[in-house]
Design a binder for this molecule. Structure first.
Ligand code: SF4
Length: 437
């Protein structure tokens, strides 16, 4: 049996990992970022965004392949909301949760209710869910299947984001990580990760990054950050790839220390990316961020004291965010000299607390739907889009490498926020269809 694992646009780590599982089981398997598959092959679709479920191209790929007798199995973070995956894409089944063990059984036995981790339609079009997949021992899983063109991939500067641990101690309401992998941390061994890093280098990867979540939670135990192991990992990765080719970008503001910052300076490209989200403690609390704006400001200052660059991401348009809250976010950016800034509109990923909140919030109280009536009224955008647009331009003026907003940039930002708003409204509509009252 031949498998093609498709992850749209980029080779995700999850897709490479599933490729590695199938390879080690003795199957002929290839990876692709293109939406195509040969008729006799089994298609494993690895999807990480709700937008994938709304994509006409992906729907067509699944439909065409199944109509020719091919099998289509879907996995990845979207599997957490398998009802929506089944309803929107109509694949043969969804591999729910951590997929390594499920995929082995699925490849051998096909769709069956004899093992956990699957969701599919029975003959009467009722959904069968065979139960939660067993948690995977991250030290017993195979090495990923690394595609030969990995060196040409560039995701925020990295050829790939590798997994060092699973889970996050945080409980941010908009984030899927703790719901998907849990809040306890399961870390890989340093040796296993370094073996993988060598393999990536051999296959042509130019720069590697530690995957999302919080890098310094690696080997976290009993409520303690394990500085020693984190430093050992960063040093080991830098020895293989060179320090200019390593990054550990995503870190919570409350998961840093002098030693961690020194290690990041010595063994990586020297950037930290904080999910700051808001300058308002009231909104941070609603988001379950577990950190205050003051802690965020201190973390940014600590990075600068250690000679590091600090980037921050912000979320606007969270239900309940007032004009005053938004002004506090602008003030935070004014006061804290960030080196780069990323802005997004609150997206209700299904089965997160934010999605539940969005379902409970009437449109006339949700900034993603409320028309903007102030400074940008003539642009006919919503309040969330106006805040996102305004904050992008504001951040360009106050980040360390100030960027003047030209007409072109104005147009690009406006186009982007309109698209973000449209995407989120479409995602909200489909959320209501499956999980509304
Ligand atoms: S700290 Fe980051 S990974 Fe953890 S729950 Fe919050 S957003 Fe998600």
């Amino acid at each position: 049996m031949k498998f093609t694992v498709v992850s749209p646009e980029i080779y995700t780590y999850g897709a490479m990992l599933i490729g590695g599982v199938l390879r080690d089981e003795g199957y002929n398997v290839s990876l692709s970022t293109k939406l195509s598959v040969k008729p006799k092959e089994t298609l494993m679709l690895s999807l990480f965004s709700t937008q994938h479920l709304l994509s006409d191209e992906i729907k067509k790929l699944v439909k065409d392949h199944r109509s020719k007798g091919g099998k289509v199995y879907v996995g990845g973070p979207v599997s957490a909301y398998f009802e929506m995956v089944l309803g929107e894409l109509e694949p043969d089944c969804v591999c729910v949760g951590e997929g390594e063990e499920t995929v082995k059984k699925l490849a051998g036995d096909g769709v069956s209710n004899d093992f956990p981790g699957l969701a599919f339609y029975d003959d009467g079009s009722e959904i069968v869910f065979t139960g939660k997949a067993e948690r995977v021992d991250v030290n017993k899983r195979p090495l990923p299947l690394i595609p030969p063109d990995i060196g040409s991939q560039d995701i925020r500067g990295a050829s790939a984001y590798i997994e060092t641990h699973r889970g996050c101690t945080g409980g941010c309401t908009f984030c899927q990580v703790p719901r998907y992998f849990g809040r306890d941390i399961q870390s890989r061994s340093v040796e296993d990760i370094l073996k993988e890093v060598r393999e990536f280098k051999k296959r042509g990867a130019k720069r590697l990054s530690v995957s999302g979540g919080t890098g310094s939670l690696f080997q976290y135990k009993n409520g303690e950050i394990n500085e020693e192991k984190f430093i050992e990992l960063m040093k080991g990765m830098a020895e293989i790839m060179g320090p200019k080719n390593i990054s550990s970008p995503d870190i919570r503001v409350d998961c840093i220390s002098d030693n961690i910052l020194e290690a990041i300076r010595n063994y990586t490209i020297g950037w930290i990316f904080f999910g700051l989200e808001s300058g308002s403690d009231r909104v941070l609390k609603k988001m379950g961020k577990g950190a205050t704006a003051n802690q965020a400001a201190e973390a940014v200052a600590a990075c600068h004291e250690h000679g590091l660059k600090a980037a921050g991401s912000f979320i606007v348009g969270y239900p309940g965010e007032t004009e005053e809250d938004y002004e506090m976010t602008k003030d935070f950016i004014t006061m804290n000299q960030l080196d780069d800034v990323f802005i997004s509109i609150a997206e209700p990923i299904p089965k997160t607390p934010l999605a539940d909140l969005v379902l409970r919030t009437p449109d006339e109280e949700n900034p993603v739907f409320v028309p903007h009536t102030d400074e940008y009224k003539a642009l006919k955008i919503t309040e969330a889009e106006a805040r996102s647009f305004d904050l992008m331009m504001h951040a360009d003026l106050f980040r360390t490498n100030m960027r003047p907003v030209t007409n072109d940039i104005f147009d690009i930002y406006l186009k982007n926020v309109r698209k973000d708003g449209d995407d989120i409204r479409r995602a909200t509509a489909v959320l209501r269809k499956y999980y509304g009252e």
